[in-house]
Design a protein around this ligand. Structure first.
Ligand SMILES: Nc1nc2c(ncn2[C@@H]2O[C@H](COP(=O)(O)OP(=O)(O)OP(=O)(O)O)[C@@H](O)[C@H]2O)c(=O)[nH]1
Ligand SMILES: [Mg+2]
Length: 455
């Protein structure tokens, strides 16, 4: 990737996603390029502060309506002058505008180059840049949640605090070295010991947080939905393993809270959630249960729509179906198939759903359901980068932890304090790999090149 200094441009948001497309420009020449693109005699006054301007852009052939966002450095994403040209969402028009920008002195950006500039200017650290990358790449809700956690959840804050504590402690050790040589003042052994254990606890906490996030990146959520008494909770108990067991009863509206268990359909591991049946909530707890259910439905990677196989109210079922969240794959569970009056298969157009008949009581059909869900989840297997990332972070944190443990051991064995100081500095460089301060160039290239164009 080239060094900063030149001005880059890219189509940041392609047409199709909305009525507008965006061409983004970043660099020294952004101001002069925009001034030249601007159509009309009056020109545009780009000041030293952010601004929004409406006008027209001359793309070399004709004029296009333009909404310009002007973000002068250093208060921009890349800390350079940044202009966003919001244009009609038509591919040929956007390409014209991009070409014109290039004619006026910008270079088309490489994938991830905007984000890399943000990183290189110190605007964001590497873990945050990776968060941006993972959000873009996320193909399942699970991967998306984990990426957002990385972005907003503050691994960088945790790392920042760890780094500060390491610096403080090293300073303390180093100043104690002078005392030591002087032999007049005691080494503040107790304080060093206390700080060391604090540091180790924070490292462990960061490791745990990151490991949990990594696991989360890999575990899709499957949510049981359907009318009250459909048999969701009975199925939850029949499928899952883990501490939570749902109350099963013929009282409609039994389940109120969201319960989760592990479930292994085939080789996959998923988080199975049981929630309240879909109904119009009247009382406050009913409404609260519906809200909890709504949140679970929205974060689902796959839905199990549980329907009592004795139901014959086709119209009501159609209505129930039309209320299911769209955009999430689902399997129709034709439940309680052991009843005498159970129907063998879903009637009418319901039969066009992917469905599995089963009985939680006898266990019949449970295996078939596992196979169906495993196949459905195959296409949305969690984004590889989420896990790879988490492994990289966890490794760095573990190495930092080991460096400290070694240092402490040496110090307790009576070795001089400068050995501990050296180990602390080793730990600092380990965690600096997470923030990108000491990340090798080729790894940076690999990380940033995975970004889309325009990011
Ligand atoms: N025979 C038979 N009964 C079942 C089966 N599954 C559930 N039931 C019964 O159906 C009733 C309702 O089951 P639940 O699992 O509590 O239903 P639910 O969908 O969780 O209901 P809510 O929590 O109220 O939304 C209970 O009396 C269960 O014993 C099954 O496979 N076979
Ligand atoms: Mg229930």
């Amino acid at each position: 990737m080239s060094a900063t200094g030149d001005t880059i441009c890219a189509i940041a948001s392609p047409p199709g996603g909305g009525v507008r497309g965006v061409v983004r420009i970043s660099g020294e020449r952004a101001r002069s390029i925009v001034e030249k693109l601007w159509a009309g005699d009056s020109g545009v006054e780009l000041g030293g502060s952010r601004g929004v301007f409406r006008g027209r852009l001359f793309d070399g052939l004709g004029e296009q309506p333009l909404l310009l966002l002007w973000m002068p450095g250093p208060r921009s994403f890349t800390r350079e002058d940044v202009a966003e040209l919001h244009l009609p969402g038509s591919a040929p028009l956007l390409r014209r505008a991009l070409l014109r920008t290039v004619e006026l002195g910008a270079r088309v950006a490489e994938p991830g180059e905007f984000t890399r500039r943000a990183f290189e200017s110190g605007r964001i650290d590497l873990s945050r840049a990776e968060g941006v990358l993972s959000v873009i790449e996320a193909r399942s809700m699970a991967a998306h949640r984990s990426a957002v956690a990385l972005l907003v959840g503050g691994l960088d804050e945790r790392i920042g605090r760890l780094r500060d504590s390491l610096d403080d402690l090293r300073a303390l050790c180093e100043s104690s070295l002078d005392f030591d040589a002087d032999d007049t003042i005691d080494v503040p052994t107790e304080e060093i010991r206390a700080r060391l254990s604090e540091l180790q606890a924070s490292l462990e906490e960061a490791c745990g947080w990151e490991a949990a996030r990594g696991l989360e990146a890999g575990v899709p959520r499957v949510v049981l939905i359907g009318a009250p008494n459909a048999g969701k909770s009975a199925l939850f108990n029949a499928l899952g393993s883990g501490a939570q067991v749902a109350i099963v009863s013929d009282h409609p509206g039994t389940t109120r809270d969201r319960l989760v268990r592990d479930w292994r359909p085939g080789a996959a591991l998923v988080e199975l959630a049981d929630i309240a049946g879909i109904e119009e909530g009247r009382s406050a707890p009913d409404k609260a249960a519906q809200r909890v259910g709504d949140a679970a439905r929205l974060s689902a990677d796959h839905l199990l729509w549980v329907v009592d196989s004795r139901r014959r109210d086709e119209l009501e079922l159609e209505k129930e179906r039309s209320g299911l969240p769209s955009g999430v794959t689902r399997t129709l569970v034709w439940s309680q198939s052991d009843h005498e009056d159970a129907q063998a298969a879903p009637m009418g157009s319901l039969g066009e759903e992917g469905w599995v008949a089963l009985s939680s009581l006898t266990g019949e059909g449970l295996e078939a359901l596992g196979l169906a869900v495993a196949a459905a989840l195959d296409g949305i297997s969690p984004s590889h980068s989420g896990r790879e990332l988490s492994v990289r972070h966890t490794e760095a944190l573990n190495k930092a932890s080991e460096a400290i443990v070694d240092g402490v051991r040496a110090w307790e064995d009576g070795l001089p304090l400068d050995l501990l100081a050296a180990q602390l500095s080793e730990a600092t460089s380990c965690i600096d790999q997470i923030t990108g301060r000491t990340t090798p160039e080729d790894l940076l290239d690999r990380i940033f090149s995975r970004f889309c164009l325009g990011k």
